[in-house]
Design a protein around this ligand. Structure first.
Ligand SMILES: [Zn+2]
Length: 386
């Protein structure tokens, strides 16, 4: 591209992180999507953080917390797991949980803690139903979905995560089995439930009616009850494919994966898989029209500008019109800093960047282009000159 433009930012979202036991380690009542056929260890979490550190991003890891339950609090919330009131996690719980929690608190710039669920399904008298937050049979939220969140929070608190993570509760969320009740403004809906607890950034594969949901929404994003829900591209990779990098680039802002896709069958081989992931993510970052998101805030903010702002070239600079950005994006705080890409021929003449409409907080030279990080000073826009 030869004119200044606002690229799409891609965030890596990894589901089904957090479970300890391998696929075959539990009985038939223990239903969940397979992750990998071995016990998971701290190194499996570090592998994600290491990938994030190398490419300069903080991937979302959507976690299930039942295996982290030190105090058997899940017994008080019998629909969260397969043992009901008889829940006993003592055989699974161990020192490994402390190491994992330290990783999340000490390396928050490299790996993001994201809500997925307690044990991924919803149990009635020990029988699993797919979709922890919403009943997949009728699309309605489970009546005690709020209790499942209370259970999730209680397990976080056992390990001080409510105190030591960047926010007391995660700002990002992925619905189990992608069962998400989208009813903007309905207090029972999934978005309203999550927003009440501080979630802002959600993603899901889209169904057709969702695209029409709100007049303030573009084709691959929907404002919902205080959340901004972005369309997830599964990028052709199945949840059960271990050590699998996609063979194409994502078409939306969300590269949606599962934990097993990022790991090797043997832990010792994780680094080799990570190398392939690093190469793939760098390919996204180098692709025309795309950049890697530094974190969820950047990804979701970038979506707003990419979808609704207009850039036009002018002499010695460009003009960015923000008037098309919906009120909700401003009111709900989604329109923050964003990336503007310039052709690298701009670099030769660039001495000083001047703008009355934007704060310039970053200038980064890349092969073929220059990337500016801009934060708006108003909701109208204006010129950037160099
Ligand atoms: Zn899942």
């Amino acid at each position: 591209m030869c004119n200044p433009y606002i690229p799409k930012a891609v965030q890596l979202v990894i589901d089904d992180v957090g479970r300890r036991e391998g696929i075959k380690a539990r009985g038939s009542m223990y239903r969940r999507p397979p992750v990998i056929d071995r016990q998971t260890v701290l190194r499996d979490y570090e592998t994600i953080a290491d990938i994030g550190a190398v490419v300069g991003m903080s991937p979302q890891t959507a976690v299930e917390l039942c295996d982290w339950d030190r105090d058997n609090v899940c017994a008080h919330y019998p629909t969260t797991q397969w043992q009901g009131e008889g829940w006993d996690n003592s055989a699974v719980y161990g020192d490994w949980v402390g190491g994992v929690c330290r990783l999340y608190t000490e390396r928050a710039d490299d790996i993001e803690f994201t809500v997925h669920g307690v044990a991924h399904d919803y149990w009635i008298d020990g029988e699993p139903f797919p979709g922890e937050w919403v009943d997949s049979r009728d699309g309605e939220p489970w009546p005690d979905a709020e209790d499942h969140l209370a259970c999730f929070k209680a397990i976080m608190a056992q390990h001080g995560l409510d105190r030591d993570l960047p926010t007391p509760f995660p700002e990002s969320f992925v619905a189990c089995y992608f069962q998400y009740c989208l009813r903007d403004g309905d207090p029972r809906s999934t978005g309203a439930l999550m927003a009440r607890h501080g979630v802002r950034y959600a993603s899901n594969p889209f169904r057709e009616p969702w695209r029409e949901h709100s007049p303030a929404s573009a084709g691959d994003g929907v404002f919902d009850s205080g959340l901004l829900l972005l369309e997830r591209d599964m990028v052709g990779v199945n949840h059960a494919q271990v050590a699998t990098v996609p063979d194409r680039l994502p078409n939306t802002s969300i590269c949606g994966m599962h934990w097993g896709n990022m790991l090797a069958a043997e832990v010792a081989d994780n680094d080799a898989v990570a190398e392939r992931w690093i190469a793939y993510l760098r390919e996204i970052d180098a692709a025309s029209g795309l950049v890697l998101a530094r974190n969820s805030e950047h990804c979701w903010s970038q979506w707003v500008y990419h979808s609704f702002a207009e850039v036009s070239e002018s002499e010695r600079g460009c003009s960015i019109d923000l008037k098309g950005i919906p009120e909700r994006a401003w009111d709900e705080g989604f329109a923050r800093a964003f990336t503007l890409c310039l052709p690298d021929r701009s670099l030769g003449s660039m001495r000083e960047i001047v703008s009355e409409a934007f704060d310039v907080s970053g200038v980064e030279g890349r092969p073929g282009e220059v990337r500016l990080t801009l934060a708006p000073r108003n909701q109208v826009g204006g010129t950037v000159r160099w």
